[in-house]
Ligand binder design. Structure first.
Ligand SMILES: [Cu+2]
Length: 111
């Protein structure tokens, strides 16, 4: 009776669209989500494949931004429940922060 369990695990992973790998989260497919809550980006380290569109959603009442440390991308100020999307077309490690709260830092790793 092992096979049904394996199938179920596969379905759960496919449904969640994400698989925890150590301290980062590997997203499967062409889109991935990052939440902003309590002055933190979650996951703080997101790993995606080239071509993935990452969408951030601000769940805080406060305004936040998604601002690349290298200027590769930058959102406007996002109010509560607003979103910002960025498609990553080149591999690399993309560090970003909130311009209004610079202690809020995270990264997207594109493979
Ligand atoms: Cu902020």
């Amino acid at each position: 009776m092992k096979k049904p369990v394996t199938v179920l695990v596969g379905l759960v992973l496919a449904a969640s669209g994400a698989l925890a790998l150590g301290s980062s989260v590997a997203a499967m497919g062409r889109s991935a989500d990052v939440g902003i809550k309590e002055f933190k980006f979650a996951p703080a380290a997101l790993q995606v494949s080239t071509g993935t569109t990452v969408r951030w959603t601000n769940h805080d009442e406060e305004t936040h931004t998604i601002t690349s440390t290298t200027g590769a991308f930058a959102s406007r100020g996002l109010g509560s429940d607003e979103t910002f999307a960025q498609t990553f077309t080149r591999p690399g490690a993309y560090e970003y922060f909130c311009a209004l709260h610079p202690q809020m830092r995270a990264r997207v790793i594109v493979k």
